[in-house]
Design a protein around this ligand. Structure first.
Ligand code: ATP
Ligand code: MG
Length: 981
């Protein structure tokens, strides 16, 4: 059995003093890696072994589940014997435990449901009308502010502001006309605050009525319990003889209050923290609580430690230079706390910056370095890639995989975007509707089904050529020219399974349907995942387990746990922005490089750390302040001066840098897609790093290498011979979406897309209408594009126009009869207006309608057709394109692109000089006229040629963005989608 003294062997004098500190409060503020967490853990062991404090007499609180787990493990290693009840947990867990035991004492149901933010959002949405919102309920989008409201209420709870406090404040403002806050506030402002106070009250009532509490309530009710029930407080005061808090800088006010209440009157309270590592200031933290602590406990023993046991000196120096930029908003300045760290390990560390031409090259550079480190004997789990946002991991995972480097993304959300879950959801979706082609494609693409890329291409392009769903193509696959018997066999297996399981899905619980899919011996989905233990398989099994938990949770609460109801819940969750909770298992996949956010890396250490995407606006990230901020009068936080957002980002960078023991590599790319040129992060200079220059040749060489390393290779015949304008546009929107639509040719469902039918109808109507005037004229004249526009061509009557409209009507794809009728009436109004306007302003002399063309830029061909060409008296032409969609607020160059192509086409293939380009909108103001300058046309050519080159090089890197993804047909099968961000 280890003697208590052995615990102290390796410690330095300050650490030892802190570990063996007797009674009363103590505060340790010290820089990264100085052994703060070590002190807390060893102190717990010391209290138990030396001071004979019972194990459950110690309460240790920390910030994340992960940190709590790690600490428990460290203590477990230190304690020689088994123990029953270790109170080492997060604040949330601790509060939940207390409230479950004493719910009834403060009028809470003992079996309350703990709602996560998504569940809370769904509850609010269901009872939207109860909130009586006005200011926060835009007519077009009534649920727009629900997230912001919920976040606002959470902020209130963090600061222990009750609905009553809030209302009192708002009403006080109304009564007190001289109130200083009213100097800037008008009557509307008071009404807004009252609306918030009222909504907050309603929200709390809703929770209670539904036997629910949310995360913020855990703190509020715990405080209430301890304040209002002295007997209960006394009991816990007696139990917890010592309280210890790690990462104290990140506690919020309400948490600090709880600790204070429990610690009094003995105040055997040890807190450790580092103001430079406070990274949850948006939750009200910053260095505020350290200052509060010093005020509340002026006699506290204070300890500073400046020896760092983690990193080499070079790394510490870089981090220190950086964090100095936050002066004077640092305790080193305001309280003269020493923060310059000395490395116990001495010198010999490496700090470097790598620069890639684009994001793929950046990822390859990181992969190169990791490969070299592994060869040099560094274990994979000692290497971490730290990202500012989880989505940035997507850039690295496929490239590491292609290079055979095991890597694991440790994220706490994003379950619904993982491959096995996307597979299952796609499968459930086609059981409901087999014609959902993107989902059908996803299922066919499941590796165990064994379809080759060529086979999938064959099926999907046949479907898209015939405008049928992929399912229909599979049913008639025998008719496809050149299809192999082998393919047909695979298709038969899939169709047979779907038919059988669709039947099952109609009545069986969703779990049975999912199990039927997973365990199907012919498909072998689960078998494939478990027959050999690779890092990827391990990860996929974890995802399945997590998803299975979600399914069980659904079944617990559902009256009818059918597939359809489950899919409805999934739809609602996605609408709420939920991406699915993931277990954050740091022990997972022992032999794998870790990819995680900087926030999640707090308290951890690795031999080598890569901090990636070091460009402005990514890191430091742009500022997303609270959508509805809490007024200063209601907050207890002491806010520092200066640019608090930038300071917080800088502290994050400090945390990232100080995770590294031996090597610290910052990387960035000059190009992350999009038009914006990227600037290296200002932090690189602040860290004292030199940003390397890379010659143009080297860049080109790197790009070529990165491309060559990418899979899959698209068969040459699948690449387009000619580009259409839509293809160019789609590629520019997102290369990965282009790949789905134009390479794989996954058909999309047109259900509900009445707008497309409507557009077709209008185009057909006007084509026929003007063709009329054309045919009249060609009787008089020989050439269609004649030199002198003839006058006096009779225009068909309005009645004729409307008749043509009815004949041209495309009836498909409307959601329902109402939508169809609405559209039909709309069209009538449009055309009447169109006719009247031309009667008033004069009719054009139409030279051609639906004029096809092909233009060439070098060897690149672009094909298209122009809605209408009007002959002008000057001999030139006007080019017209009809738009039945909404008119954009402003036409920018991207939106003008289509007509610029026509402008070139008129010159190149019609040999006519365009004088005017015009979009004709059928909503309020019809036309928008302009003409491309030489520069515009040159740029267009560059864009088209550039797009073509990229397509031929098979550059289909995704360019996700929430707005675009929400409009994308493939969002439900795309692992990169940000539709739910
Ligand atoms: P952070 O600020 O990142 O939370 P920390 O101050 O909590 O860091 P620890 O994680 O406790 O620091 O310690 C950093 C590393 O230094 C750990 O690997 C720990 O085992 C080691 N360490 C701490 N104190 C000593 C010591 N006296 N001798 C040797 N190693 C030590
Ligand atoms: Mg620590």
């Amino acid at each position: 059995m280890p003697h208590a003294q052995e615990l102290l062997n390796d410690l330095n004098a300050e650490q030892r003093r802190a570990v063996t500190h007797g009674d009363g409060p103590q505060l340790i503020v010290a820089g990264a890696g100085t052994g703060k967490t070590t002190v807390i853990t060893k102190r717990i062991a010391w209290l138990i072994l030396d001071r004979a404090v019972p194990v459950d007499g110690i309460l240790a609180l920390t910030f994340t589940e992960k940190a709590a787990g790690e600490m428990e493990e460290r203590i477990d290693r230190l304690l020689p014997y088994g123990y029953v009840d270790l109170w080492v947990s997060t604040f949330h867990h601790f509060c939940d435990r207390l409230l479950r035991a004493h719910a009834l004492d403060i009028g809470l149901p003992h079996d309350y449901r703990l709602l996560d933010p998504t569940a809370a959002w769904l509850l609010m949405r269901k009872h939207l009308d109860a909130f009586a919102l006005d200011y926060y309920r835009p007519r077009g989008n009534p649920t727009k502010f629900l997230h912001a409201l919920h976040q606002h209420f959470s902020r209130c709870k963090d600061e222990a502001v009750t609905p009553e406090d809030y209302l009192q404040y708002a009403q006080g403002l109304r009564l007190d006309a001289d109130h200083p806050d009213l100097a800037t506030a008008d009557g509307g402002e008071v009404a807004r605050l009252e609306e918030l106070a009222h909504a907050y009250h309603v929200y709390q009532q809703l929770l209670l009525a539904n036997h629910a509490i949310d995360f913020g309530d855990l703190l509020v009710y715990t405080l209430q319990l301890l304040r209002d029930r002295p007997a209960i407080l006394a009991r816990y005061r007696q139990q917890f003889q010592h309280i210890l808090v790690d990462e104290f800088q990140d506690t919020i006010w309400a948490q600090y209050e709880i600790v204070n209440l429990l610690a009094a009157p003995a105040n055997n309270l040890s807190v450790v923290g580092d103001d430079d590592q406070s990274v949850y200031a948006f939750r009200g933290a910053a260095m505020s609580n350290i200052l509060h602590f010093k005020e509340d406990f002026p006699d506290a023993v204070e300890t500073a430690i400046t020896v760092n046991y983690r990193s080499k000196q070079e790394i510490l120096d870089a981090a220190y230079t950086l964090i100095q930029e936050n002066n004077p908003a640092r305790l080193e300045v305001t309280l003269k706390l020493p923060k310059r760290l000395t490395a116990n390990a001495g010198r010999g560390g490496a700090v470097e910056v790598l620069r890639g031409a684009d994001s793929q090259v950046e990822a390859q550079l990181v992969a190169d370095r990791i490969a070299a480190l592994r060869i040099a004997g560094v274990e994979s789990q000692d290497i971490a890639i730290l990202v500012r946002a989880n989505s940035q991991a997507d850039q690295f995972l496929p490239i590491l995989a292609a290079r055979g480097i095991p890597a694991i993304h440790l994220a706490s959300r994003g379950l619904y975007r993982t491959a096995p879950v996307l597979d299952i959801l796609a499968y459930l979706q086609i059981l409901d509707n087999v014609h959902e082609s993107p989902a059908f494609y996803r299922v066919l693409n499941i590796p165990v089904l064994g379809f080759t890329y060529e086979e999938l291409l064959l099926l999907s392009s046949w479907a898209s050529r015939r405008s049928i769903s992929l399912y229909e193509a599979c049913r008639n696959a025998a008719e496809i020219e050149g299809i192999q018997q082998e393919t047909l066999t695979k298709v038969t297996v899939v169709l047979e399974r779907i038919a059988r399981n669709a039947e099952l899905a109609r009545h069986a619980p969703v779990r049975d349907v999912i199990l039927a899919f997973l365990n199907d011996a012919d498909i072998g989905y689960l078998r494939d995942m478990t027959d050999e233990e690779t890092v990827e398989d391990h990860e996929r099994v974890q995802y399945l387990n997590a998803f299975w938990k979600r399914v069980e949770q659904f079944e617990d609460g559902a009256d009818e746990p059918t597939t359809r109801n489950f899919m409805e819940i999934m739809r609602l969750e996605r609408e709420a922005g939920e991406t699915g909770a993931l277990p954050m298992d740091t022990q997972a996949g022992p032999d794998a490089v870790r990819i995680l956010t900087i926030h999640a890396s707090k308290g951890l250490e690795f031999r080598h750390v890569f901090v990636v995407n070091m460009v402005q606006l990514r890191f430091p990230a742009s500022n997303h302040a609270d959508a509805i901020p809490l007024v200063d009068a209601l907050t207890k936080v002491i806010m520092p001066d200066g640019d608090t957002h930038l300071q917080e980002e800088r502290r994050l960078c400090y945390v990232a840098a100080t995770r590294a023991k031996d090597g610290l590599t910052f990387t960035f790319a000059d190009d992350y897609g999009g038009a914006r040129a990227r600037k290296p992060s200002r932090f690189l200079a602040e860290l004292g790093c030199t940003v390397p220059e890379v010659s143009a040749e080297r860049k080109a060489h790197h790009r070529a290498q990165a491309r060559a390393a990418m899979v899959p290779r698209v068969p040459q015949h699948a690449l387009p011979k000619k580009l259409s304008f839509t293809q160019v546009q789609d590629y520019l929107t997102c290369p990965w979406m282009y790949h789905y639509r134009h390479i794989l040719k996954i058909p999309i469902s047109m259900d509900g897309k009445g707008a497309i039918s409507f557009g077709k109808t209008i185009h057909r109507t006007l084509e026929r209408f003007f063709a009329h005037t054309l045919s009249q004229r060609s009787a008089q004249q020989t050439s269609l594009l004649g030199d002198t526009p003839p006058s006096g061509v009779a225009v068909p009557t309005l009645a004729r126009l409307l008749e043509l409209y009815r004949e041209a009507w495309v009836d498909d794809w409307y959601l329902n009869a109402t939508e169809r009728e609405k559209a039909s009436a709309h069209g009538m109004t449009f055309l009447r207006k169109f006719y009247a306007q031309h009667e008033r302003d004069g009719w054009p002399t139409v030279a051609a309608v639906e004029q096809p063309f092909t233009i060439k830029f070098g060897d690149v061909s672009v094909a298209g057709s122009i809605d209408r060409v009007d002959a002008l008296p000057s001999g030139g032409v006007a080019l017209v394109d009809y738009k039945t969609g909404k008119r954009p607020a402003r036409l920018d160059r991207d939106q003008k692109r289509q007509l610029f192509i026509y402008q070139i086409a008129a010159r190149q293939s019609l040999h006519k000089e365009p004088e005017v380009l015009m979009y004709y909108y059928f909503d309020d103001k019809p036309s928008e006229q302009f003409l491309g300058s030489d520069r515009d046309l040159e740029q267009l050519e560059e864009t088209v040629v550039g797009t073509h080159t990229s397509i031929m090089r098979e550059e289909f890197a995704p360019d996700p963005d929430p707005q675009k993804c929400r409009r994308c047909e493939y969002q439900h099968i795309c692992p990169f989608s940000k539709a739910k961000a």
